[in-house]
Design a protein around this ligand. Structure first.
Ligand SMILES: NC(=O)c1ccc[n+]([C@@H]2O[C@H](COP(=O)([O-])OP(=O)(O)OC[C@H]3O[C@@H](n4cnc5c(N)ncnc54)[C@H](O)[C@@H]3O)[C@@H](O)[C@H]2O)c1
Ligand SMILES: O=C(O)C(=O)C[C@@H](O)[C@H](O)[C@H](O)COP(=O)(O)O
Ligand SMILES: [Zn+2]
Length: 359
């Protein structure tokens, strides 16, 4: 598969997608003239036993360090962030050192934010190992969570390269496959070309995750949707906000459930809510019911957790980065493939949420 390229004001870099790439890190760094004196691989305790050795094997062990965090969303913490910085300082990493983010979106966001701030910025590469990370590894949004909300401390900091070894997806648990697939559905729903959406809808879940050719083509197409947007709007001044489709409510669900609901699972409910609001706002049939039953057939929970209430969700939604003039801005769809940003006051959102509970 030919590599995609990200070209932004701050960096141009390649995205390689293929098989066995984890064994080729050294040669691909050389090929892309990415120099380093030392390497720090940041990963988690699920990924490390599976793939860490494959990645570091070709390097001289004197210059490679690894830092393994406990897996899960809680890893995007200030505590981990500061401990990794300390680890890097104690090992005398320099401005010419390289950080490798080996794992899913949690690792990519955490390691990327460490890289963005260590010595005011060192090179890092993304080595995504989840379906979800076809999204998170691209575009340079890096962040950790604050107790008061999701992704509240972060930066835009592009990697020097992305190496997506699709072979690693074979060990992903089913719940994580499904959660990751949510971001692919997001890319399909906001893309004006409906071919990805059609492709996904004609595939059974079983085929989807077992047909490797299909999955790699679909992920490639999803990354292309993201790359096209990031190339035009790196810092989210305009159209990049569309990549936040489903996230205004999605992030609120994640933080209100203390991250028991996974990112992708929350985004599915968030996208349905955005579709529900879109149908009312534009007085149009956008196939909310059909999409909801497709999501349910795939195995997603499509209802808001009953433990959550509209007031608390609105408080969380007000922490969204798209908020302007103290008003919530949601990405809606005027049509499938035609996203737009719309402003609502708290009371209207609360009313929509109350009604959405009974949908
Ligand atoms: N920066 C961005 O643009 C962006 C985009 C989308 C999502 N995100 C962030 O990404 C995070 C979610 O990412 P995620 O779903 O990849 O979560 P994750 O990194 O927590 O990975 C999910 C789980 O799968 C395990 N795992 C990872 N790779 C594996 C493999 N190959 N085999 C077996 N187990 C494996 C992990 O240990 C973890 O338990 C959220 O924090 C979200 O906010 C960021
Ligand atoms: O790349 C983007 O832009 C996105 O919004 C992608 C999202 O899937 C991702 O979850 C992102 O981290 C959300 O960012 P935030 O700015 O809402 O924190
Ligand atoms: Zn997301």
């Amino acid at each position: 598969m030919y590599p995609l390229t990200i070209t932004t004001e701050t960096k141009t870099y390649p995205i390689y997608i293929g098989h066995q790439l984890r064994f080729q890190v050294k040669s691909m760094l050389q090929e892309n003239t990415i120099s380093f004196d030392k390497i720090l691989v940041i990963t988690d305790d699920n990924v490390a036993p599976l793939y860490l050795d494959d990645v570091i094997r070709s390097f001289n062990s004197d210059i490679v360090y690894s830092y393994i965090v406990k897996n899960g969303e809680q890893a995007k913490s200030f505590n981990n962030y500061i401990h990794i910085q300390t680890y890097a300082i104690e090992r005398n990493l320099t401005r010419n050192s390289l950080i490798i983010a080996l794992g899913g979106g949690v690792i990519g966001d955490l390691a990327g934010f460490v890289a963005a701030t260590f010595l005011r910025g060192v090179n890092y590469i993304q080595m995504p190992t989840t379906i979800l990370a076809h999204d998170s590894a691209v575009g340079g949004k890096v962040a950790i969570n604050h107790d008061l909300g999701k992704n509240l401390i972060g930066s835009f900091y592009q990697p020097a390269m992305v190496m997506y070894d699709l072979e690693t997806l074979q060990t992903l648990p089913r719940r994580q496959q499904l959660a990751g697939f949510a971001e692919l559905i997001k890319h399909a729903l906001i893309d004006e070309d409906n071919s990805l959406l059609t492709k996904l809808q004609y595939q059974s879940l079983e085929q989807l995750f077992t047909d490797k050719v299909f999955l790699s083509e679909a992920l490639y197409q999803g990354m292309k949707v993201k790359a096209t947007i990031v190339n035009k709007d790196e810092k989210e001044a305009g159209i990049r906000k569309y990549l936040n489709f489903g996230h205004t409510l999605g992030h609120a669900i994640e933080s209100e459930t203390n991250y028991r609901v996974l990112h992708g699972e929350a985004v599915i409910i968030g996208m349905l809510f955005a579709l529900y609001v879109s149908e009312i706002h534009f007085n149009k049939d956008l196939n909310f019911k059909g999409l909801k039953s497709w999501f349910e057939k795939l195995g997603y929970e499509t209802h808001l957790p009953t433990t959550l209430n509209p007031e608390d969700l609105v408080v969380q939604m007000k922490k969204d980065k798209k908020v302007t003039d103290n008003q919530i801005n949601m990405v809606l769809l005027e049509e499938i493939g035609k996203p737009t940003l719309q402003t609502f006051n708290d009371e209207t959102i609360k009313q929509f949420l109350e009604n959405f509970y009974s949908e």
